[in-house]
Design a protein around this ligand. Sequence first.
Ligand code: FCB
Length: 490
Amino acid sequence: MSIADAADVSGPSEAVGTGVTAVSDAPGGAFPAGFAFGASTAAYQIEGSVDVGGRTPSIWDTFSHTPGKVANGDTGDVAVDHYSRFRDDVRLMADLGLTGYRFSLSWPRVQPGGSGPLNQTGLDFYRALVDELLEHGITPAVTLYHWDLPQELEDAGGWPNRDTAYRFAEYAAGAAEALGDRVSTWITLNEPWCSAYLGYGSGVHAPGRTDDADALKAAHHLNLGHGLAVGAMRSVLPSDAKLAVSLNLHAVRALTDHPDDLDAARRIEAVGNRVFTGPIFKGAYPQDLLADTGHIVDWDALVHDGDLAEISRPIDLLGLNYYNPTLVSAVSNNHPVDRHELHGKGAHSPWPGAEGVAFHQAPGEVTAMDWPVDPSGLYDSLTGLYKEFGVPLIVSENGAAYEDTVDADGVVDDPERIAYVRGHLGAVSDSIAAGADVRGYYLWSLMDNFEWAYGYEKRFGAVRVDYETQARTPKASARWYAEFIRTHRR
Ligand code: FCB
């Protein structure tokens, strides 16, 4: 089997363009019965208790303890102490009326060291969490890998090492076997774009390596790990289990219709989006990606016979994580060059093979991350993805950080966050009205937490966490979301 697909995945998708689609600001449209109104978190960002119950270090423990890597020297050692407070946190979710909760398993808690037998204490923690959720009528969606690779596997080469894909599938099957009687939605990877390109390309995420070839190797091995995990999990899960992957597909827009700018958008779509959707949904890497990156990595050596058949095993849901659109042009085109890199500005680019592409800040409102607020990118992505792949979708992450101000009672009035969430729920309901099969929306995040390289500086929560006392106080946006759910769930 050739590793490259026919031309149909090479061209720019309809998401490329300069037009902005209008979306309704006040969603009145119906959400389908059973639609999950949820919130999302990740193990390293909330759990703390990093040396409790047999858990071993992950690459994020090592990275956050390396001076200069995370703002203020923050680490996830304590985080928001969810490991001890999970019952209270589930009660909080129930008070908000959430119908779904997406969280991740810590690989080194479930399988210390990343190989060998699973750790009963780790599994017991997640079993207790799931039981608590189910008792409160909240449906769990479990992510297997939200970036916390066991350190031992990084020491053996990390994701650029092919063996990591096999280790991941083994862990995934074990976790599915242990929890599959009570969890029916399973997400293999969270944002492999970040794992590959921020972890091994720009180095702003763990493990902090900066090598373009390793970044592309990591991307392929993450794809392979996903496919192998899907195969292994299908054989242990009940037949009605839903298997998914969460991708941060970029809603790429060209600054102008100039062919050079359109080509810049095409390049970013190739290395940012189609490097994942090509093999996963079409069983092939796009021709143009191979051409753009062939000088960096030897794809024929990287992709073994049979890999694409593994990676393209059918899945039941695609999770889209969406925060903002991506505006690009060709550098040569004489536009101002404002290199804006998601998740921080590193000296190395997280876009291998896209030298010559300039990133622009879209005009208009931004969040505390400097990310533009533009729900039309969510609408365009959902409708475009459903049209292209026909797979049911969930929005597995969407939300915003703002500079919250707290009153004397710990209460935060956050009208910007309410407007952000309202606008994006509007985009979801518009996309459903336009025919897209969207089955859930998981707000990022349930509560303030460890925001990776930004440490505790950036607050994405609907619930305020006082990091001194660990007190949780719902913000106005949490109350708004609760009311929205109450009036829209069916
Ligand atoms: C996403 C991550 C999530 C969180 C949000 C803000 O890229 O998946 O953990 O950091 O960004």
